[in-house]
Design a protein around this ligand. Structure first.
Ligand SMILES: Cc1ncc(COP(=O)(O)O)c(C=O)c1O
Length: 392
């Protein structure tokens, strides 16, 4: 019998990638392995692919989130509020907290699974510093209205593109439009460096800050001689190899991960084409009486199928989950990060009125994502659609 099971992801690091790695490691003399020229080459290739000036390679998407927020704190040392969605990965929220900003949650809309813009507009005040948007599971969260709100209110836009790279807004790649953007190269994403992440930006100063803060806050990591000279003049009693601009982390990756990144980047566009086709086929054929299908999918680039029930029926939900378990269809309930992040233990006692967040509440309880990867066979997708559509 044909195997119609559906894993969340099939291994997206293939034999070609491993061969590139072996070739790199077999060089004589033994190549440098810590953050070095291959990292720079990968950063430059990534910037070219994305269409930005600068990129900083780090060891996870979480590190990319934290590095962005830490660098932002250098621009706003007084702190302030950052608007974030409750549907995101936990590191987006933690990074805001670790940097010393106050997270302000705004409910989502189902069409693009990002902010409800009416509610977002009401949340902006004099203390708001930035909007930290998450593009969910291949969808685009940007709109003319969101960009205008940022401009009119003098707010920086930080894009978390960990789940949507390759997706576009007005034919421009997500992650090249905001002030800075974050990417993850973890196993389940559009491409993988085993673990890894990237911060990208067009802003020279922000780039310099990210370089330094990636490496303990070291001044010698700035590649701007004027800044290095200023620190040397201001702190002549310090050994110039060890001057630190403030509390920071070690978020560096390695040459090994960068070699994998370069090899994976070569095939990201052809792989993404397959994912885009799969997702379009899935949405086109899903029963819209039972499931939400009215997504804004222009420019989507998805690594997971999104299933949202139209009706909040717990018994039907259990039958759908039993069906998926029985048929070997791996799933994650609640979409990114398991649904409503405000329900995590450390936010529950923050006096949140959950009635003000009906959309994330529905997604939290009545949605799943299921893997969409380049080698996925159409029979598996069709079988999954049939099982979903037939269930009563
Ligand atoms: C939206 C989003 N941001 C950040 C991350 C964190 O990335 P990583 O797992 O590489 O730390 C993820 C992880 O899946 C994510 O989905």
């Amino acid at each position: 019998m044909k195997d119609l099971t559906l894993p969340l992801m099939s291994n997206n690091i293939d034999r070609d990638d491993i061969n590139c790695l072996i070739e790199f490691l077999q060089q004589e003399p033994i190549p440098r392995l810590t953050n070095g020229p291959k990292v720079v080459e990968f950063e430059e290739a990534w910037s070219d692919w994305l269409g930005v000036k600068h990129s900083v390679f780090v060891n996870s998407g979480t590190a990319a989130n934290e590095l962005s927020m830490l660098a932002l704190k250098h621009l706003f040392p007084e702190g302030g509020e950052i608007i974030i969605p409750p549907l995101t990965w936990i590191s987006d929220i933690n990074s805001v907290l670790f940097a010393g900003f106050d997270p302000v949650f705004v409910d989502i809309n189902l069409k693009n699974l990002s902010f409800d813009l009416d509610k977002l507009e009401k949340s902006i005040n004099d203390n708001t510093r930035a909007i930290f948007v998450t593009h969910i599971l291949g969808l685009n969260a940007l709109s003319d209205r969101l960009l205008k709100l940022c401009i009119d209110n003098d707010l920086l836009l930080i894009e978390d593109v960990c789940e949507s790279y390759g997706a576009t807004y007005n034919n421009t790649k997500l992650g090249s439009i905001g002030f800075a953007s974050n990417f993850s190269f973890y196993f389940a994403h559009h491409m993988s460096t085993i673990e890894g992440g990237m911060v990208s930006t067009n802003d020279d100063n922000f780039y310099q800050l990210c370089r330094s803060l990636r490496s303990h806050g070291m001044v010698r990591e700035f590649n701007d001689d004027k800044v290095i000279e200023k620190y040397a003049n201001d702190y002549p009693d310090l050994n110039q190899d060890f001057v630190f601009i403030g509390p920071a982390h070690n978020f560096r990756s390695t040459e090994v991960n960068a070699v994998l990144g370069l090899s994976q980047l070569d095939k990201i566009d052809s792989n993404n084409e397959l994912r885009i086709k799969n997702f379009q086929h899935f949405v086109d054929n899903l029963d819209s009486e039972k499931y939400y299908t009215d997504f804004e999918i222009d420019g989507q680039c998805n690594y997971a199928f999104i299933v949202i029930m139209n009706v909040g029926d717990y018994k039907l939900r259990d039958r759908i989950e039993n069906m998926m378990n029985k048929n070997g269809i791996e799933f994650r309930r609640g979409l990114s990060g398991g649904g409503n992040q405000m329900k995590q233990p450390y936010f529950r006692n923050h006096n949140i009125n959950f009635n003000e967040f009906p959309s994330i509440d529905h997604v939290h309880n009545f949605s799943w994502y299921v893997g969409n990867y380049p080698t996925l066979e159409i029979d598996k997708i069709d079988n999954f659609i049939r099982l979903l559509n037939e269930i009563e």
